[in-house]
Write a new protein. Structure first.
Length: 525
């Protein structure tokens, strides 16, 4: 197997990393743990630590990136359990409530929960669909996942056990009981796979859900080669082992200690001893001087510029805002006068961005599930609840706590797409103390204050012509969307189960996306 892997084309490699995340799956064959860090997914080869990791645990990880894009874990530390997490993935196979997805260099299974599993409101997910996964975690590990389709992928990474050559390709076992067939195009060179080998590869996903072999990926655990030292400076990756106002020191993978002098006034408060960092140093007067330091949470330059970006629980103070990172460290930024953070609740999960200035880190932007404030000072509210009857120019919802929230909408805003009492989300912009409606959203409709309308529908093709297609849902509702002349609808016979996405333009709905189990049509606006 080693010889076969050496022949594969390796993906670009990175360097050492330090990150935190939540374990969402385990692969006993590779002794690997799938970790969600922020919204990113990473595969960490845990080695002897594999047995001690449980799905649902929060982990602090130090690792080195391998040629196939996965990580070899040098240190894993657990500190409690997570209740939920969220990430993006690509569907490999869907059977009942079991969904097999690819993300972060791993293929793993999820149990689909009760929510709609597609943007069209149906459950017809198929290979190649991009999905947004909201995974609920129980005390004993992963629970059910609410999955929503967000688009299509053309390429996906597969990993599994090579079974046998068959017909025009070969069979691959992914996860337990998951079988996929991969076609090998004429003229392609297939590595010397043997039955039982653990293999990883890049494949092309056809519109009909077929997989076509592109190239193999190197799964060896050989650390990436060290970058050559530039003539005018150096880049070092490792664990920060010493930090004081005058110098910083990192320990690299080969246990070498790299020390750089710190210029006067350089703010290193963002970085803590024990985390993974990159140092960029230049030689000045026979000593190495730090010009930039970078971690997963931000960067700082010797010229006084810098930025931090962290996820965590929010704490608000007088003129300050703080976020507690997953590793337990709190990061604070000053808040300029006039910045309104009232929509953000203390204790809720937020993403905070700050920029370094002469007086330290200063607030730049923040977002949560309920609001977002960007660097231009634009505040948007995300309000969910049960739609109330319209009164004047206000569109209101009753939130789960019983309170009412409303946004002002244009007099001609078309609310007919929604029913009173239906659960909706309002996206509103705060303008001079007034909440002005931007969009009303459900799983089926997105209606904008600018008159834009998008509709997602799931059902069967009930009629089609050269210029239109009609889809009727299980509730009897029919949606007719126009299609450009010459569009080939031959793969969508009457009676075919489909998902459809259309947008309103010029008073009619026009097709943007039509998908069945075996075919896809995508039409740009």
């Amino acid at each position: 197997m080693a010889a076969a892997l050496a022949a594969l084309v390796a993906a670009p490699t990175g360097a050492a990393a330090s990150f935190t995340g939540v374990a969402v799956a385990k692969d006993a064959k590779r002794k690997a743990v799938v970790v969600v860090s922020g919204r990113s997914v990473r595969t960490v080869r845990a080695g002897s630590r594999f047995a001690r990791v449980r799905v649902g645990q929060r982990l602090g990880i130090t690792a080195v990136r391998l040629p196939d894009g996965t990580y070899r874990g040098n240190g894993l530390r657990a500190w409690g359990a997570a209740k939920r997490t969220r990430f993006g993935a690509v569907v490999v196979k869907h059977a009942g409530r079991r969904l097999i997805v690819s993300a972060g260099g791993s293929v793993f299974a999820l149990r689909v929960g009760g929510r709609s599993t597609s943007a069209a409101g149906g459950s017809g997910l198929s290979a190649g669909d991009r999905v947004d996964v909201r995974l609920k975690l129980s005390g004993s590990g992963a629970g059910s996942g609410d999955v929503k389709e967000t688009g299509r992928a053309k390429l996906v990474q597969l990993e599994g056990i090579f079974l046998e050559q068959k017909g025009d390709g070969f069979d691959l076992a992914v996860v337990a009981r998951g079988l996929v067939h991969v076609e090998v195009p004429e003229g392609a060179v297939l590595p010397d796979f043997e039955p039982g080998d653990q293999v990883s590869m890049l494949v092309l996903i056809g519109r009909d859900g077929t997989f076509t072999f592109i190239r193999g990926l190197d799964e060896s655990e050989k650390p990436p080669a060290k970058k050559p030292r530039p003539k005018d400076g150096s880049e070092s990756h490792g664990v920060l082992v010493e930090k004081d106002p005058y110098s910083v020191t990192v320990r690299t993978e080969d246990d070498t200690r790299i020390r750089c002098a710190v210029p006067a006034g350089m703010d290193l408060s963002l970085f803590r001893v024990g985390e993974r960092v990159k140092l960029y140093c230049v030689s000045r007067e026979n000593r190495d001087v730090l010009v930039k330091i970078h971690s997963n949470y931000g960067w700082v330059k010797a010229d006084g510029t810098g930025e931090l970006s962290v996820h965590g629980a929010l704490t608000k103070g007088s003129g300050t805002v703080s976020v507690r990172r997953e590793d337990g460290m709190s990061v604070s930024c000053s808040v300029p006068a006039g910045v309104d953070l009232a929509p953000f609740r203390a204790g809720e999960a937020v993403k905070l961005r700050c920029r370094l200035g002469p007086d330290g880190f200063v607030f730049a932007a923040m977002s949560s599930e309920s609001a977002s404030l960007n660097e231009d000072g634009v505040l948007e509210l995300h309000i969910s609840g049960l739609l109330q009857p319209r009164t004047g120019d206000a569109i209101a919802v009753r939130r789960p706590d019983g309170s009412l929230a409303s946004c002002s909408a244009p007099a001609d805003f078309d609310l007919s797409y929604f029913a009173t009492g239906e659960r909706v989300s309002l996206i509103c912009r705060v303008d001079g103390g007034t909440n002005r409606l931007l969009q009303v959203i459900t799983d089926r409709y997105r209606v904008g204050a600018d008159g834009s309308v998008e509709v997602y529908h799931h059902g069967t093709v009930s009629a089609k012509t050269e210029t239109s297609v009609t889809v009727t849902g299980s509730n009897g509702h029919a949606l007719t969307c126009s299609v450009p002349a010459g569009t080939d609808l031959s793969a969508f016979a009457v009676g075919t189960t489909v998902k459809v996405h259309c947008h309103k333009l010029g008073g009619e709905f026009r097709l943007e996306y039509l998908k069945s189990e075996h075919a896809v049509i995508e039409i740009g606006r």
